[in-house]
Write a protein that binds this ligand. Sequence first.
Ligand code: MN
Length: 428
Amino acid sequence: MFTKTTDPALKSFIPVDSENEFPIQNLPYGAFSTKENASVRIGVAIGDYVLDMAALESEGFFKDVLGDALVFSQPVLNDFMDKGKETRVKVREIISDLLNAETSTLRDDESLRAKCLHPMKDVTLHLPVRIGDYTDFYSSREHATNVGTMFRGKDNALQPNWLHLPVGYHGRSSSVVISGTDLHRPCGQTKADDADAPTFGPSRLVDFELEMGFFVSSGNALGDTIKIDQAEDHIFGLALVNDWSARDIQKWEYVPLGPFLAKNFGTTISPWIITMEALEPFRTESPAQEDPKPLPYLAHKNLSNTFDINLEVYIKPNGSEANKVCTSNFKYLYWSMGQQLTHHSVTGCNMRAGDLLASGTISGPTKDSFGSMLELTWRGSEPIKLSNGEERKFIKDGDEVIMRGWCQGKGYRVGFGACSGKVLPAKC
Ligand code: MN
């Protein structure tokens, strides 16, 4: 399960300590600019540095793989994503070799290093993908059960379709933002249970949703479908996702077409996208799907179709320290990424390079693994105590929500960088 680019024994000439999320086994993609060069271009995180892929490209390091195509001197990864898995693997092998402690090319060339390696603290990170379409699923059985229990009671918690198909909705891509982007509390229409009519104003129940999302690499033509056996070959990699939600707006608006404005005021993603190749050593089994078995078009040959990715959520009130409120794992999801992508395209819907498909809130079996305040505080009935003495039922103005995610190797971790955002006061 280890390849030559994921071998735990690999070392870079750039020092990377065991807690750093960007060892040579990771090599995640992002977009960045520097003070000296304001043009946004593609980079790869390595330790406390960003490897300038545009500079390497202009030096001709990828000519054998990419020809004259300039995919890294662009501000987004879409063209590179579209080239598919084989090209991605070859590029990964080139940069893994260049960063290897045994390889002298970059290690011993001071002027090349100055051109190609930027201290991470000196760069500005940007949203690395032009996201054409954003779809959000609802694939955690524990989350769907918790929410269903709250709103419909224990006996009707899961809707009749839930175990037969990965439920999802078409979201809004224009408001997907990179970590560190502050968002204003949304305004909208809400109606209290005992009120006769709705009112307009700031949402009072702003929540986070701990999710992960994957980006489509090469897609399918309109009318074609992506088969379950090939689905993973159409996935570029994963990012952390906070699908911010306004629960009071959602409650009033969602019948009968599902979430709309409650979800479109902002969705935060981590700055770094980890490729499928880097995640491979952390492959693990999904929950069994026996009762009922999925229809044949959604049936995997085996259960090894997800990854062991540790997830955490912190709330950091203005001026205080961060409080961990959730510990979960990507592997808890019932429906796999392959099943989500196959189901999405089964009608002939064309998926395109750069499309973002998010998992839905990732809740685990225990109370501390629930991936939203809605569940953690059980609709506000059990507030969370913070270290500064305050309590939270939902997210307050000035609170920063920070998500972290990483795979734990022996002596190293492969992580995404923080996915964080602060809620600012409403503008209404
Ligand atoms: Mn969601």
